[in-house]
Ligand binder design. Structure first.
Ligand code: TRP
Length: 383
């Protein structure tokens, strides 16, 4: 290796750095309504392309091991993951254990949470033979991608991410850690280590996906490999279901005590729904704008029964909130019964569940090692 190509490489890199931000979509816009509608339209087209040629796609998604998955996860992304898998798309599923440390000092109960996620995945129909399930911390080469990736984004871009801003506002930590600030670039490594080109996500993840696309594009521009770009520009696949609200009328979230866990018992579910917030109008309607609490409950029943929420509301009519809650409880418990039964079945053999993770980690390492080798080749880091 001579010095000259390096200098030329450097000059190219600098040009890319100064010009890139002007050609990039402001991640702040990605959370906006207009951007979301556009993303929904793109998702519908993407869905078509996947149906036509599932073998051309590779899906990556993931979750932080911070607690049990709930119905918001189910209708927001889990059902999409299972559907894609069953269409024949190769899948990768990351349990993002490093990402837990973005808003807290210590990731506690990790073993329990990781096992819980594995059980949830298996219970909803993720098949470990077709979907590689793995953890961040077990795949060193994936994490190493973060270093070149961080060199491709500006501090200002990281600071504009609306999802990160929101998480910082709700963080329980006194100071914002470097990991909180940079984890979307780490998430780009999660997606790109396996060259994932489809990411089924909820709307809050769109800014991260936009950053991932930016990183892929800039890497390919800055480190050309003769017509064979190292990374794809992954596309978001938004769920068709509207955002699911929790029992208090705000976004369903693990940390807000307003979510119905897949693993909750039928009694816990009934109790949570009994305590749900409603309003004073006995006439039940589906009107998410003006009646978020009541409409959230109607939507929950509608999704579980795969019916139109307006129809569900009309059937309850003037029977009031108590009738609505009975309908929702029944719909949810009926929907979750087979999932809960399968979960209990898997929970009887945790040794087998752990073997699923070990096999997944092994496969993910082989893929990550190969990608890192390619990246080092493109960056002329092979000595
Ligand atoms: N950020 C996601 C969440 O909080 C979890 C996650 C980590 C993820 N890496 C990912 C999602 C890659 C999609 C793709 O739920």
């Amino acid at each position: 290796m001579t010095i000259t190509p390096n200098i030329e490489g450097d000059a190219t890199a600098r040009t890319t750095t100064t010009s890139a931000p002007t050609t990039t979509i402001d991640p702040g816009e990605a959370a906006g309504v207009i951007e979301t509608t556009a993303a929904q339209a793109r998702s519908a087209l993407l869905e078509e392309r996947i149906r036509r040629a599932p073998e051309r796609f590779r899906v990556l998604t993931g979750d932080r091991p911070t607690g049990r998955l709930h119905l918001g996860h189910y209708f927001g992304t889990l059902d999409n993951r299972v559907r894609l898998q069953n269409l024949g798309v190769e899948g990768y599923l990351i349990i993002a254990d490093y990402q837990v440390l973005t808003d807290r000092d210590v990731a506690d109960h990790l073993v329990e949470h990781v096992e819980g996620l594995l059980l949830d995945y298996l219970a909803v129909g993720i098949d470990p033979d077709r979907t590689t399930i793995f953890t961040h911390s077990a795949v060193p080469a994936l994490n190493q991608l973060l270093l070149p990736f961080l060199s491709l984004v500006s501090v200002a871009e990281l600071g504009r991410n609306p999802t990160v801003k929101d998480e910082i506002a709700h963080s329980r930590q006194a100071a914002v850690s470097g990991l909180m600030f940079t984890y979307p670039a780490h998430q780009a490594a999660d997606i790109l280590f396996c060259k994932g080109n489809v990411v089924p996500v909820g709307q809050d993840q769109l800014p991260h996906l936009e950053l991932t696309r930016t990183i892929a594009r800039r890497f390919n521009d800055r480190y050309p490999t003769g017509g064979h770009p190292v990374f794809p520009e992954p596309e978001a696949l938004l769920s068709a279901a509207p955002l699911l609200l929790g029992t208090d009328g705000t976004k369903m979230s693990k940390s807000r005590g307003n979510s119905i866990a897949l693993a909750a018992t039928a009694d816990e579910t009934a109790k949570l729904i009994r305590g749900a917030r409603t309003d004073a109008d006995r006439h039940i309607t589906y009107d998410p704008e003006t009646r978020p609490e009541v409409s959230g409950l109607v939507l929950l029943a509608a999704l579980c029964q795969d019916r139109d929420p307006h129809l569900v509301a009309r059937e309850i009519g003037t029977a009031g909130a108590a009738a609505l809650k009975r309908t929702v409880t029944e719909a949810v418990n009926e929907f979750l019964a087979p999932i809960r039964a399968r979960r209990a079945e898997y929970a009887r053999d945790l040794g087998q569940v752990r073997r699923v993770l070990h096999a997944g980690n092994e496969r993910a390492n082989a893929v990550a090692d190969a990608t890192l080798r390619e990246v080092r080749g493109a960056m002329a880091n092979l000595y």
